[in-house]
Design a protein around this ligand. Structure first.
Ligand code: HEM
Ligand code: ISQ
Length: 148
């Protein structure tokens, strides 16, 4: 069975909740990433000069918004046509140049799922988590393909 309307709706509604409190959740997202991969800090131009994840920083928020928005868009694409096509052909090059490697994608995925768990609170379910995971995995594969 492909990506269902129900899965797409689960991703979209929690993505909206994420966006409603973007400054809070984006800091949480980076914090989860840096807990697992402290060295990743030096990769991000807007993180490398501070000890903590900067609060109320437009770049921090905008980048997190972009990543979550792209996963949500991947869910919409999967439901509509069964595949994810990257809109931005520079993504492979950007990540290669920043020194991103395969295992980083697992770190970001776990941080994304933990963030969503906080976003939805007691509305969390295995089904919701699998929907986000599936959309993220398909998007990651599309980016990794462009990196090689
Ligand atoms: C840059 C998306 C995975 C590290 C970017 C940009 C986008 C993006 C859209 C360009 C941002 C801009 O300047 O407009 C994604 C998505 C991912 C993903 C959708 C997963 C599905 C990763 C992973 C890492 C990573 C796994 C490694 C920890 C970076 C870095 C930059 C970047 C270091 C440059 C940031 C800067 O400007 O300093 N990513 N990314 N990304 N990404 Fe990712
Ligand atoms: C990956 N790529 C670009 C921006 C990001 C922001 C936060 C976490 C991961 C990211």
């Amino acid at each position: 069975m492909g990506f269902t309307e129900r899965q797409e709706a689960l991703v979209s509604s929690s993505w909206e909740t994420f966006n409603q409190n973007l400054p809070f959740y984006s800091v949480l997202f980076y914090t989860f990433i840096l807990d697992k991969a402290p060295a990743a800090k030096g990769m991000f131009s807007f993180l490398k000069d501070s000890n903590e994840v900067p609060q109320d920083n437009p770049s921090v928020n905008a980048h997190a918004e972009k990543v979550f928005g792209m996963v949500r868009d991947a869910a919409v694409q999967l439901q509509a046509k069964g595949e994810v096509v990257l809109g931005d052909s520079t993504l492979g090059i950007v990540h290669t140049q920043k020194g991103v490697v395969g295992p980083h994608f697992t770190v970001v995925k776990e941080a994304l799922l933990k963030t969503i768990k906080e976003v939805v609170g007691d509305k969390w379910s295995e089904e919701l988590s699998v929907a986000w995971e599936t959309a993220y995995d398909e998007l990651a594969v599309a980016i990794i393909k462009e990196m090689s």
